[in-house]
Unconditional design. Structure first.
Length: 64
């Protein structure tokens, strides 16, 4: 996982979303996008960080 992905997982855990953090980490380890469920109400900064992590995953997939 990239530094940015680890940061997103840490931030999710810090905000009390451990299950969501586990789901995100698993998705990114598998080279897949992580899509937030509607049940999660996260701040704009963490949502932006997740979008950046998804972009990294998509970029890697295109390179392979």
């Amino acid at each position: 996982m990239s530094t940015k992905q680890l940061q997103a997982v840490w931030e999710l855990c810090r905000q009390g979303f451990q299950v969501t953090a586990d789901e995100a980490a698993q998705s990114w380890r598998n080279g897949e996008r992580f899509d937030l469920s509607d049940r999660c109400q996260l701040g704009r900064s963490i949502q932006s960080l997740i979008d950046q992590c998804n972009w990294e995953v998509e970029k890697q997939a295109k390179l392979h």
